[in-house]
Write a new protein. Structure first.
Length: 318
């Protein structure tokens, strides 16, 4: 029998940590909300719907590019590999790798959204009975410890979905350094976006038939559920902004009227038009990405870019 397992690291489950992160963000200028709390079960389900929306090109591009390069990756990785995915979500893209690699030995799925993580792996396991599968509920913006034995073939880290873009560059470098620690001697496949086309970006991050707005408003709804705020969601509208330096998309919730809410025994005051930044998506060109990797314990081995500017980077631990 193939052992399967779960390693809980209780990343963000406690109310105090959520409250402190929100208070810290609101004390900043401009005000922001902690993006990792977008990802509760409701947020994960909304994001899954975004992934199938025609406006949201990153998923479409990555899903088309992966099968085209999977054989080349399989040759680099070799047989009996362990694949460790950071932010595994619905665990769909991993199927392309599991199908292409020779006799993959194990899959370790790391995600902050615990219920969704378990449900995704429950769907995946029956299709790959020979692959040992482990869920790790953890926050990858902090050190992640794996107690799984990755011995055997090569370890391949996998970080698709342009999630690396959610980090500011210095935090992306810190993430890569931590991932190097977590993975040990390994390869690391990362999906990142280089697109600078304002029309495409505007549709993907501002459109999706209202799903993007619902995804970001869910963070306020989560605060109402878990932090006992009474924020009226109709007092906000979602706005996607292009910021040129460093080039990134920012998601904002803009107050459509002045408002005061009570949070953790304090009063939070927002003026009409004031915004709360909920997320960022940095767009790295290959040279910047290679420099980032080199400064963080990795070497850029190969990369592939599609005609829309979506890139897959294969790094090797230095
Ligand atoms: C953009 S989705 C990508 C999902 C999937 N890998 C894909 O490419 O379709 C980001 C995933 O990372 C997870 N996530 C976001 N922040 C995280 C964090 N700090 N630690 C662990 N997982 C996180 C979310 O729950 C979500 O499943």
């Amino acid at each position: 029998m193939i052992p399967t397992g779960t390693e809980p690291q209780r990343p963000s489950g406690d109310r105090r940590a959520f409250l402190d992160a929100v208070l810290e963000g609101l004390a900043g200028s401009p005000k922001r909300l902690p993006g990792k709390y977008l990802w509760d079960e409701a947020g994960s389900i909304l994001f899954d719907r975004i992934c199938t929306d025609p406006d949201y090109y990153p998923t479409r591009c990555e899903t088309a590019l992966l099968p085209r390069v999977a054989q080349a990756i399989a040759e680099e990785v070799g047989p009996e590999a362990s694949i460790v995915e950071f932010g595994s979500g619905a665990s769909r893209k991993i199927r392309t790798l599991l199908n292409a690699l020779a006799r993959p030995a194990r899959y370790v799925a790391i995600d902050i959204s615990e219920d969704y993580l378990e449900a995704s792996l429950a769907r995946l396991r029956p299709d790959y009975p020979a692959v040992e599968m482990t869920t790790v509920c953890a926050d990858y913006s902090r050190p992640v410890r794996l107690s799984v034995n990755l011995a055997g073939g090569t370890t391949l880290g996998f970080f698709p979905g342009t999630s690396i873009g959610n980090f500011a560059p210095q935090d992306a470098a810190a993430f890569l350094t931590r991932a190097r620690e977590t993975l040990g001697p390994s390869l690391f496949l990362i999906g990142a976006d280089t697109t600078h086309d304002p029309a495409r970006l505007g549709l993907a991050y501002g459109g999706c038939g209202g799903l993007m707005e619902a995804f970001h408003l869910n963070l306020l709804a989560r605060m109402n559920r878990e932090l006992d705020t009474a924020i009226a969601l109709d007092g906000f509208r979602h706005e996607a902004r292009i910021v040129p330096e460093p080039y990134r998309m920012e998601a904002h919730l803009v107050a459509t009227r002045a408002q005061i809410w009570s949070l953790g025994g304090r009063e939070v005051e927002l003026k009409e038009g004031e915004s709360l930044r909920t997320d960022t998506s940095h767009k790295y060109d290959p040279r910047t990405f290679a420099d980032l990797a080199t400064g963080s314990g990795w070497h850029l081995e190969r990369h592939w870019i599609d005609t829309f500017g979506f890139a897959l980077y294969l790094l090797r631990a230095q």
